[in-house]
Design a protein around this ligand. Structure first.
Ligand code: EPU
Length: 439
């Protein structure tokens, strides 16, 4: 079924929207549930295809789960783990499945996990994950596209990461929970999702400190110290940033609820420099508005707390109609400007040179048919459609569905004119505020 969005641009987004649980946190929390020989309940779980994939990974290992989509909770019972293999069919669909390697090493001291390939946005190697596990004492063979890791015991040690990789930090934290002695991860990633994983691990009985700084210490505990627990996932800062940008892009005014403002400091600062107004409405709610044409800014994507790469494409969309020239440097991924050709088709003036993009603001974008090439590029094109004059069709929605729960419903709730439809038989799938005769 070829689902598409049809967007009628030009409506300022107004009202209120509530942000869901963080995709990039919840996937790791779900992987971590297999450390507990019992049941763990996680709240604030967004309904995303990536979450479904991680639940399939757990189920293949023998864990049982109950996913309550109304309560947005998942109970995982990992009393019995019957397999140590994460299949290529699942890992190739979602790289984050590779996080199960560290969790399986903790629980079973052995794991066979498919190596994720590169992906559309870059090579995305896993060498730090492997080297870190070896430093903890695992013997690792890579055969037939699978990583086979085994250890009679894991022993804590100092591990220095060449770059603060989110996934490597998480995999090594998981592997070290039941290791003998202390593990110190230096140059660790500091993302809020890392802190969430550490908090979850401590809630189930692990001993992790320093998460959120560049040095994380995991004191190994005994398996019998780990126990069942309930835990609530943090809000998704990238979804929050996406909605803030959409409001600013359409010169709207809205309150974004269920946000931790401190997680968005750098992004908020850039939006303010562009001319947006951002106010703390409540401790977990931000009021964002914008009346005038935006100013251009320059920015470089960096690991947290720097400008998030996951909001780069979205910020580029804002620059397309800003006043002046903005320069973007993408420092994390080799190929994360895939939105550029489609933004150009909508009238943007963007010059790309390796990992730099020079965006010269034009007066306005015009609607066109475009296709999501990855999750965040897809969201950027939806925002471009909301800004543009006329109609925009966004294809390849499966990318967007990986990370945005009920995206079009939330946009419609803010007054954006967007519908999802199935091109093959012209069926309307989600009713938005839209002129249905356009179908
Ligand atoms: N890297 C290596 N070797 C490694 C690990 C990473 O060279 O062993 C490189 C990667 O190739 C990349 C850079 O380090 O160039 C950063 O990678 P990192 O490991 O930090 O990223 P990740 O864990 O694979 C997570 C998010 C991404 C987000 C990045 C950076 C999840 C599931 N994914 O990926 O999110 O862009 O951190 O913040 O947590 C998204 O949500 O759209 C998304 C891509």
């Amino acid at each position: 079924m070829a689902e598409k969005f049809k967007i009628q641009g030009g409506e300022p987004l107004k009202g209120e929207v509530s942000i869901g649980g963080a995709k990039n946190a919840v996937l790791k929390l779900l992987a971590a549930t297999i450390l507990v020989k019992g049941s763990t309940k996680i709240y604030n779980v967004p309904h995303l295809t990536d979450v479904d994939i991680m639940l399939n990974v757990l189920s293949d290992l023998g864990a049982k789960f109950v996913y309550d989509k109304v309560e947005k909770s998942v109970v995982v019972d990992a009393s019995n783990i019957t397999s140590i293999t994460a299949k290529y069919e699942l890992v190739s669909k979602m790289r984050a499945s590779f996080i199960i390697l560290g969790a399986l090493m903790s629980r079973c001291r052995e794991a066979i996990v498919a190596l994720p390939g590169g992906c559309a946005i870059g090579e995305r190697r896993v060498d730090f994950h492997i080297k870190g596990l070896e430093a903890l004492g695992a013997k690792i063979k890579i055969e037939n596209g699978y990583v086979h890791a085994k250890a009679s015991k894991l022993v804590g040690t100092d591990i220095y990461l060449d770059i603060p990789s989110v996934g490597a930090t998480e995999n090594l934290m998981l592997a070290a929970v039941l290791a003998e002695g202390s593990t110190r991860i230096q140059n660790a990633a500091q993302e809020p999702e890392i802190v969430d994983l550490a908090n979850f691990l401590n809630t189930i009985g692990a001993d992790v400190s320093g998460a959120g700084t560049s040095e994380i210490v995991i004191n190994g505990v005994k398996a019998e110290n780990l126990h069942s627990a309930e835990y609530t996932t943090i809000p998704d800062r990238i979804e929050a940033g996406t909605f803030m940008a959409a409001v600013v892009a359409t010169r709207g005014k809205a309150v974004i609820r269920n946000v931790y403002p401190a997680h968005l400091t750098f992004f908020n600062d850039k939006l303010i420099k562009m001319g947006a107004s951002i106010k703390l409405a409540e401790p977990t709610a931000i009021e964002v508005s914008c009346k005038n044409r935006l100013n251009s800014i320059n920015f470089v994507t960096q690991p947290y707390p720097g400008f998030p790469t996951d909001l780069q494409a979205i910020a580029m969309t804002l620059l397309t109609t800003s006043n002046g020239v903005g320069i973007i440097t993408e420092s994390l991924y080799e190929n994360r400007f895939m939105q550029v050709p489609d933004l150009r088709r909508m009238g943007a003036d963007i010059h790309q040179d390796r990992n730099h993009a020079i965006v010269k603001g034009v007066k306005h974008l015009t609607g066109a048919t475009v296709a999501a090439s990855d999750l965040r590029a897809g969201a950027a094109l939806v925002i471009a459609g909301l800004m543009a004059s006329g109609e925009t069709i966004v294809e390849k929605l499966h990318h967007i569905d990986r990370g945005y729960e009920e995206f079009e419903k939330k946009i419609s709730q803010l007054g954006g004119k967007i519908i999802r439809y199935d091109d093959e038989n012209e069926n309307l799938i989600t009713k938005g505020v839209f002129n249905e005769s356009c179908l």
